[in-house]
Design a protein around this ligand. Sequence first.
Ligand SMILES: [Zn+2]
Length: 79
Amino acid sequence: MSTPPARPARTVACPACGGPSLYGPDNPARPFCSARCKQLDLGAWASEQFRVPAQPAAHDVAADDFAAGDSSPGDSRLQ
Ligand SMILES: [Zn+2]
């Protein structure tokens, strides 16, 4: 029995800092190189969302309902 070769750690570029990031179960922050980079990226996304005026949820629901009813009103009523 030969010892199984250790799985080579796959490294990817961290989306936040561009540095080498361990992509595996040992790195819970993957694909980021660290939890700090993960937080930085999440923060960027949050600020980006705050900049964009949020659409009212009611509009989304109404549009979806209208689209569903328009595509197949018969099937909708059967259910
Ligand atoms: Zn990083």
